[in-house]
Design a protein around this ligand. Structure first.
Ligand code: AMP
Length: 192
């Protein structure tokens, strides 16, 4: 059982690498950003509320996100593990994941539960130019600035959170996409 979380600032290449690792390990790729964007496109009650926050580059409140993630992680395709991309994004969400892992350990004490958090590191100035070239709706200069600020204030503390728990794997994201994937494969296979 492999469970991976992709951490890292917006533009670090989390999504690209998470998709690749999902293929390699045959696990579902669960991107909270993608689930939210689908909800926005379908104008669900969740999507209508989330849109306001997403357009500003703010985090969608936990009271909307936690139920959504809980529901997704109860789907049968998550039985052998999962790859979370964009979640957790604050300390409260990290405690939520911790509780979930504990529950699964108690329910399946005989199954090895490998859990790692991948931190993809990329210098700040490279992030901005990558995000501007991506052309997503929430990728304008002002929103990007806010998303990076939100990352530093709310998500970056998770680097310490997971370092303390010895669950953090740091990867240099300032290399070619293939080179990052290779570093990742190596690091994860060594850790599991
Ligand atoms: P992403 O595709 O991961 O960059 O997410 C796009 C946007 O969705 C973010 O800027 C947030 O507004 C929202 N979002 C995604 N994941 C989360 C999360 N775990 N908690 C709160 N908001 C989120």
């Amino acid at each position: 059982m492999v469970k991976l979380v992709f951490l890292g600032p917006p533009g670090a290449g989390k999504g690209t690498q998470a998709v690749r690792m999902a293929e390699i390990y045959q696990l579902p790729h669960i991107s909270t950003g993608d689930i939210l964007r689908n909800n926005v496109a379908e104008q669900t009650p969740l999507g209508i509320q989330a849109k306001l926050y997403m357009n500003r580059g703010d985090l969608v409140p936990d009271k909307l996100i936690l139920g959504m993630v809980d529901h997704r992680l109860k789907q049968p395709d998550t039985e052998n593990g999962w790859i979370l991309d964009g979640f957790p994004r604050n300390v409260n969400q990290a405690y939520f994941v911790e509780k979930l892992l504990l529950k699964s350990k108690n329910e399946k004490p005989n199954v090895s539960n490998s859990f790692f958090v991948i931190n993809i590191e990329v210098p700040g100035e490279i992030l901005v130019s990558r995000l501007l070239s991506r052309g997503r709706k929430d990728d304008n200069e002002e929103t990007i600035k806010n998303r990076l600020e939100v990352y530093h204030q709310q998500t970056k503390p998770l680097v310490d959170f997971y370092t303390e728990r010895q669950q953090l794997i740091s990867i240099d994201g300032n290399q070619s996409i293939d080179a990052v994937t290779n570093s990742l494969k190596q690091a994860v296979s060594l850790s599991c």
